[in-house]
Design a protein around this ligand. Structure first.
Ligand code: NAI
Length: 333
């Protein structure tokens, strides 16, 4: 068995972390032979709650978990970590404008970027879950200049998983038989869930395109897109709380694929620093289809973008540029 690795989860006393910590600690993300030490960061008023989480982790009696470091200090939280799940963020409170939310969060991610830069392992892989995830990831990377830009990503895997599940339900096939659905752009209601490159394994040995299998382009461009875009709100309406179990599962999927690679012929969606591929704006964290090998992601090239897709990509790209402008104004950069 290898040496334990250090992994940090921020917002560790919150609801996503409550599901995520168990998944990580039992080996679902870094593998069944990888022991780990979990660093748990939250804010000072949450230290009592965090103590309860630490007790529960101990009571799980998990063989891979070799240590737990609960803390309210970023310096301690980020020390020597090789993977960072940045889940903690300021939630939107009643009466709060989108701008106020952005302002509070941009400041948090600036501090965490600086702490990563100073204390983390230089190969640390960073996944930002806390919203607005794409712009938070951009800010975080700007304040961690000694860590490669490609090590900062934002989570759109929950949107991908939701999209895959919608297609599987429609076609009455197991969800694992649906692949290569793409989430383009921002993790917000402007995201573009795109099934036009998707594949479905219909019968033994036979793959068909999602478009062929569904046979209803109008549905794929309307009901499907809107259902995925508004799924977060639908969960809040029903549960009176935001998605947590599914968000944790998606965060685990994202990091597992980053560490262990994507299966042959399959791609996944990740918010990564845009190089302008597919006409997306440069220098924003934009969700693209990627393949991963040796812990390095690469944007899938050459997918066909039709007029409908073009409009959708442009709209979500524009929103990300606006968020970047607002975020940079807030931190005076
Ligand atoms: P929560 O409110 O249950 O937990 C958030 C935790 O973060 C709290 O314990 C809070 O004290 C902590 N926190 C706040 N500021 C912090 C800081 N500066 N350092 C460390 N911890 C801090 O929220 P939940 O449900 O766990 O969601 C967390 C975030 O994930 C939210 O921003 C939510 O919008 C986002 N989210 C993103 C999704 C995605 O697909 N990208 C999906 C679902 C949620």
């Amino acid at each position: 068995m290898s040496e334990p690795i250090r992994v940090v989860v921020t917002g560790a006393a919150g609801q996503i972390a409550y599901s995520l910590l168990y998944m990580i600690a039992k080996g679902d993300v870094f593998g069944p032979n990888q022991p780990l030490i979990l660093h748990l960061l939250d804010i000072p008023p949450m230290m009592g709650v965090l103590e309860g989480v630490v007790m529960e982790l101990a009571d799980c009696a998990l063989p891979l978990l070799r240590g737990v470091v609960p803390t309210a200090e970023p310096a301690e939280a980020f020390k020597d970590v090789v993977a960072a799940f940045l889940v903690g963020a300021m939630p939107r409170k009643q009466g709060m404008e989108r701008k106020d939310l952005l302002a509070a969060n941009v400041k948090i991610f600036k501090v965490q970027g600086e702490a990563l830069d100073t204390y983390a392992n230089k190969n640390v892989k960073v996944l930002v879950v806390g919203n607005p995830a794409n712009t938070n990831a951009l800010i975080c990377s700007r304040y961690a200049p000694s860590i490669p830009k490609e090590n900062f990503t934002a989570m759109t895997r929950l949107d991908q998983n939701r999209a895959q599940a919608q297609i599987a339900t429609r076609l009455h096939v197991p969800v694992a038989d649906v692949s290569n659905i793409v989430i383009w752009g921002n993790h917000s209601s402007t995201q573009f869930p795109d099934a036009s490159h998707g594949k479905v394994h219909m019968e033994k040995g036979k793959d068909v395109t999602v478009r062929e299998a569904v046979g209803d382009d109008a549905w794929l461009r309307s009901v499907f897109v809107e259902t995925v875009q508004k799924r977060g709100a639908a969960v809040i309406n029903a549960r009176k709380m935001s998605s947590a179990m599914s968000a944790a599962k998606a965060a685990g999927d994202h990091m597992r694929d980053w560490f262990h690679g994507t299966a042959s012929g399959r791609f996944v969606s990740m918010g990564v620093l845009s190089d302008g591929s597919y006409g997306a704006p440069k220098d924003v964290v934009f969700s693209f289809p990627v393949v991963i090998k040796n812990k390095k992601w690469e944007i899938v090239k050459g997918l066909q973008i039709d007029d409908f897709a073009r409009k959708m990509l442009d709209a979500t790209g524009k929103e990300l540029e606006e968020e970047r402008t607002e975020a940079l104004a807030i931190i005076g950069a």
